[in-house]
Design a protein around this ligand. Structure first.
Ligand code: HEC
Length: 155
């Protein structure tokens, strides 16, 4: 019995590890995470990117709407390039890095947060998890065309 449990477990791990940007979609894999973990603050009642961008000047704690593909991608590609990555990063990439301030919402515990982060990264595409902004800031260069090319993010 135990051996079968182990074999099944190994298959399950292999299947997760090989899920790639090709198989994952916004509709099937990402929107459910957003609905479960983020929509309480980033749902349909919040202003979409342009409105939010105007209003946030006077309201620093205003959360943008992130529950549709288009609004979400405004914070991945342009104009808020890399915002999703900076806010959701677990801080383990850069030496001495801190997790982004939205990372804690990704799950109830470390395991769930890690799993959802992995799904998001795989969906965006290999090498697409870049924290760069559109413009250079300090020592961090602006995003490159090569980095942008990595974004797959299938709808
Ligand atoms: C308890 C409410 C709350 C939850 C839950 C929440 N957020 Fe936020 N989020 C905010 C608020 C408020 C802001 C604006 C203030 C700030 O920038 O920190 C924000 C800002 C952001 C930004 C920055 C947008 C930009 O371009 O600067 C991103 C990205 C983001 N959230 C992603 C998420 C994701 C993804 C989730 C789910 C895993 C999530 N948030 C869950 C309240 C929340």
């Amino acid at each position: 019995m135990r051996i079968w449990t182990m074999i099944f477990g190994l298959f399950a791990v292999a299947a997760t590890a090989t899920a790639s940007a090709q198989d994952l979609t916004w509709r099937k894999d990402i929107q459910p995470i957003m609905t479960a973990k983020c929509a309480g603050c980033h749902g349909a009642n919040q202003p979409g990117f342009d409105e939010w961008n105007v209003k946030r000047v006077n309201d620093k704690s205003l959360a943008p709407r992130l529950d549709t593909y288009a609004f979400f991608m405004n914070h991945v590609v342009w104009p808020e390039t890399g915002a999703i990555m900076r806010r959701l990063d677990d801080g383990k990439g850069a030496a001495g890095g801190k997790p982004g301030n939205m990372y804690s919402f990704l799950g109830a515990d470390d395991a769930e947060r890690a799993k959802n982060l992995q799904t998001l990264k795989a969906w965006l595409g290999e090498g697409a998890w870049n924290l760069n902004r559109w413009q250079k800031r300090g020592d961090t260069p602006g995003i490159s065309k090569e980095q942008l090319d990595k974004i797959k993010a299938k709808y």
